[in-house]
Design a protein around this ligand. Structure first.
Ligand code: NAD
Ligand code: GLY
Length: 362
């Protein structure tokens, strides 16, 4: 088992990464002094696969366990679903000395985390991420929340978990489309922060596509380490953390315009990263060869690389609600070559968008 610590003073927490770790959840909770009465929040898909194992391990370690199932899907990442979680917590007499475990992908993690952040003004929670995307991104760093009909993740809170428990084996049951969607976020770390990691991903593309446990464990660890370092330096996204949003401004627009759940988050990020890279190349921040490497790697895994066919004004309207908008000015993260990125206010963004949409294939 490997441990990475997210160092945030009294809010620091360990990430455990290993194989067949679900059975060890009891000792992990003991290590972080987690409350005895817990609610496991999951959905029917993940619940059928892993809830029994998790509940058994919790009961064996002497915990009192309640399971709360919510419907599966991004379209249920709403205030209404959140209310249904509060209803059960209240019905089952959860108090401030209880805790929440999020067992599932990013949708469960974001919602369970926000429930924990807000119920009784905050109770402790732990992330047990079961998708690749959740293991490398959403379970680490404390962003929690729900969608609003007008935009992704518009309602939420920064609220750190007490522990993140990553079992590589759960990825075996992940549908291919979900697995590949997670690879988009892994590739993102290479583009924004680590050219060597990007080259490693290019070299290991075949074994990663085959879900080799060894390659995957390294990719998850490197991704979590990069994310932990960024979050340690900028927990509330006042500076460098914004770079983790490469591809997200365009990507969130794609997700919102297509309708929640139609395009996977990672797929939208892949499209968004290509849009960003092509604008970076136009602005001479990266070369055409860099764009080609990014497109090739995403495309190799079967990720979409072509923007969805909405109008410039549709894109811009949704993008104006992005959380990076400051004083009404939209800013986007652009890659500088491969391995570095910056936040930019792009003059004539509408012109660049129009060009991308007119010539969607790079
Ligand atoms: P998801 O949670 O919808 O999971 C994808 C699908 O896989 C679901 O149907 C789920 O039930 C199923 N599933 C999960 N684990 C499985 C397993 N081991 N085996 C079989 N099926 C399994 O999607 P996601 O891609 O994990 O997360 C996307 C969400 O994460 C979005 O809402 C996005 O906004 C959010 N997100 C948040 C952050 C953050 O920092 N908080 C970062 C990135 C993304
Ligand atoms: N997923 C971006 C962040 O956590 O900041």
């Amino acid at each position: 088992m490997n441990t990475i610590v997210v160092g945030l003073g009294e809010r620091s927490y360990p990430i455990w990464i290993g194989e067949r770790l679900l059975a060890n959840i009891g000792s992990a909770l003991e290590d972080v002094d987690f409350p005895n009465k817990v609610a496991v929040i999951t959905n029917p898909t993940v619940g059928d696969l892993y809830c029994e194992q998790v509940v058994e391990a919790l009961v064996v370690s002497g915990r009192k366990v309640n399971v709360i199932q919510i419907p599966d899907g991004e379209e249920y990442k709403t205030i209404e679903t959140l209310e249904s979680i509060y209803d059960v917590l209240i019905e089952r007499h959860f108090d401030r000395y209880c805790g929440i475990l999020a067992l599932g992908g990013g949708v469960i993690g974001d919602m369970a985390g926000f429930a924990a952040a807000t119920f009784l003004r905050g109770i402790p929670f732990v992330q047990i991420p079961t998708t690749l995307l959740a293991q490398v991104d959403s379970s680490v760093g404390g962003k929690t929340g729900v969608n609003h009909p007008q935009g992704k993740n518009l309602i939420g809170a920064f609220y750190q978990p007490k522990h993140v428990h990553i079992d590589a084996m759960v990825l075996e049951t992940l549908p291919k489309r979900e697995y590949v969607s997670g690879l988009a976020e892994v590739i993102k770390y290479g583009i924004i922060h680590d050219s060597e990691f990007f080259a490693w991903l290019e070299d290991h593309r075949e074994v990663l596509a085959d879900r080799s446990t060894e390659a995957l464990t390294y990719a998850v660890m490197r991704s979590c380490q990069i994310k932990a370092n960024v979050v340690e330096n900028d927990e509330k996204e006042q500076g460098v953390r914004v770079l983790l949003n490469l591809g997200h401004t365009f990507g969130h627009a794609v997700e919102t315009l297509a309708g929640y759940g139609v395009i996977k988050h990672g797929e939208a990020v892949a499209i968004g990263m290509v849009m960003a890279a092509r604008i970076s190349a136009e602005l001479k921040l990266c070369s055409a060869e860099d764009v080609a490497r990014i497109v090739d790697l995403l495309d190799f895994f079967g990720l979409p690389v072509v923007p969805l066919d909405f109008t410039v004004s549709e894109y811009l309207t949704v993008m104006q609600r992005d959380k990076k908008v400051k004083d009404g000015v939209l800013r986007v993260v652009l890659n500088h070559g491969i391995g570095s990125a910056e936040l930019h206010q792009v003059k004539d963004l509408d012109k660049y968008l129009a060009e991308l949409l007119e010539q969607p294939i790079h």
